[in-house]
Ligand binder design. Structure first.
Ligand code: NCD
Ligand code: ZN
Length: 415
């Protein structure tokens, strides 16, 4: 049995413990002291559950100039992510059972970490035929990929989702609230797709949700948080917590829904600290530097973030701005619960998906270290705390900060 030692986040607090890992990569023992044929002692480094990022765009198949599976999942692991849920706006988009099966084939043997795949049905009929999809995505407004649906279709999909009991993640912006302004900068983009568009879409959802299990993607502001339908869960992205319209990123900072004002960003942190945010999800949506090297109004929306999400937040945790429990809750246990997968917690019988991090080892974000295919990050130079070892089912995928295994990820079914 392999034994991994360190200061383990177990039952809601840190404790010096040994984890015994079984042949099949599960946590088989949690003890003060354990003997094994292979023992790895991480000293006083923290051992936390691997992160579950429930919103990423790995661009594979069809958009692999931006990102691809080997590269994107390697970057995810560098940032401490051991499970991703992959969005359906690849090319072709995952709108049917056949295309879902094709996406499963694309992933087979090429992902460094475990994964859940979303489908984007465009009708009630399509959702009932998507038997194998683990969860769904619905776009109420246009973004990368032509997957936007109208209120009639969405009502049908919500009915279908309620019948299947599966999760439906909603990109909630109401296009009727969009304004026609000349977009020269990030503030204009935020005016063009205002906060009111989020609140309005969420109010519509509150009255049309029925019994569907709904999760709201990338909420950008407190006004939207206030409008999240009761019983629904929500996520916030690191870019809405760490960047705002005062940024000098230009087209690279263009994302949907848009970055908001510095005051909105501060209020979002307060909401996070008071426990109002279920999950942190990166919405990793890379575009190439070439694609972003155009005026803001012509640039595609989206930015990369899967490798910096946990490290940026770990740094803030170390600085005392958020509690370790909130960090682990928002990056691992809650997203796993929302998806309905047995991940995100260190306990007997669970997969040994673990990150080992020394909270004192802060370093500046450098694009090169993240190894994104797109080669850039909007968080360049910010202080972060990267894991030095990451285990997937007990085997290192990152060792001493370097990728150590590829292609070992598995497709996960949801409850
Ligand atoms: C996403 C993308 O590029 O795939 N872009 C974005 O701005 N978030 C699409 C999306 O999730 O809206
Ligand atoms: Zn997205």
């Amino acid at each position: 049995m392999r034994v991994i030692r360190g200061r383990v986040f177990f039952r809601g607090r840190l404790e010096a413990l040994s984890l015994g890992i079984s042949e099949d990569g599960k946590i088989a023992a949690v003890k003060k002291a354990l003997r094994g044929d292979e023992e790895v002692d991480h000293g006083d480094a923290l051992i936390l559950p691997g992160c579950v990022d429930l919103h990423v765009h790995m661009r594979d198949p069809g958009l692999t100039q931006k990102e691809d599976l080997p590269s994107g999942t390697r970057s995810a692991a560098i940032g401490g992510v051991t499970t991703i849920a992959e969005m359906p706006n690849t090319v072709p988009p995952v709108t049917s059972q056949t295309l879902y099966e094709r996406k499963v084939e694309t992933f087979r043997g090429r992902s460094a970490i475990d994964y859940v795949l979303y489908a984007a049905p465009k009708s009630e009929d399509a959702i009932t035929r998507l038997r194998e999809a683990a969860a769904f995505k619905a776009y109420m407004a246009e973004s990368t990929g032509a997957l936007q649906i109208g209120p009639k279709e969405l009502q049908g999909i919500l009915r279908g989702a309620a019948v299947t009991g599966k999760l439906i993640v909603v990109h909630a912006e109401d296009p009727r609230q969009f304004t026609k302004v000349k977009v020269n900068g990030l503030e204009d983009h935020s005016t063009a797709r205002p906060k009111a568009a989020e609140s309005s879409a969420l109010r519509w959802l509150a009255s049309n949700r029925g019994k569907a299990k709904v999760h709201i993607a990338h909420v950008t502001c407190v006004e939207a948080l206030d409008a999240v339908p009761s019983g629904a869960t929500c996520e916030v992205t690191p870019h809405h917590l760490f960047l705002d319209t005062s940024s000098t990123l230009g087209a690279r900072g263009k994302v949907n829904p848009p970055l908001r004002s510095p005051a909105d960003r501060e209020a979002l942190w307060d909401a996070f600290r008071s426990g109002r945010i279920d999950a942190i999800a990166s919405d990793h949506a890379p575009h190439t530097l070439d694609e972003k090297s155009v005026p803001v109004d012509e640039a595609p929306a989206g930015l990369p973030g899967v490798a910096t999400s946990f490290p940026l937040l770990m740094r803030r945790t170390r600085a005392g701005e958020i509690g370790l429990e909130s960090l682990v809750g928002a990056t691992a246990s809650r997203p796993a619960e929302i998806l309905g997968i047995p991940k995100g917690v260190i306990e007997l019988g669970r997969d040994a998906d673990l990150i080992v991090v020394d909270p004192r080892a802060a370093q500046r974000v450098r694009a090169k270290r993240l190894r994104y295919k797109c080669g850039w990050t909007p968080f360049e130079d910010m202080e972060a705390c990267f894991p030095h070892t990451v285990y997937l089912r007990g085997d290192p995928v990152i060792d001493d900060g370097e990728p150590a295994a590829e292609g070992q990820g598995r497709l996960l079914a949801t409850r």
